[in-house]
Design a protein around this ligand. Structure first.
Ligand code: ZN
Length: 88
């Protein structure tokens, strides 16, 4: 799990996501399934009680606090959906 502070943090992960092009499946708002090298990972995007945006992924990199490409792929969908919710 890591705290999303800015897009800079995701630069490498986004570049990798563009290269790998994982499949992102919508589960519900804030919860996505992203294909990886060993099957699907679950990515959870949410705001914690302090107002920090947290992103959790079930892959090993994210367990160590790294911004993985699964999270980057899920976030691009999540941010689009969040924006649509705000304007609805
Ligand atoms: Zn991951």
């Amino acid at each position: 799990m890591f705290i999303l502070k800015g897009i800079d943090q995701l630069t490498n992960a986004i570049a990798k996501a563009k290269k790998v092009r994982p499949r992102v499946e919508f589960d519900r708002f804030g919860r996505y399934r992203v294909s990886g090298s060993k099957g699907y990972y679950t990515v959870i995007c949410r705001k914690d009680e302090r107002g920090y945006k947290t992103v959790a992924c079930t892959c090993r990199g994210a367990e160590k606090g790294l911004a993985c490409y699964h999270a980057a792929a899920a976030l691009s969908l999540h941010i689009g959906l969040a924006r649509r919710q705000q304007t609805a």
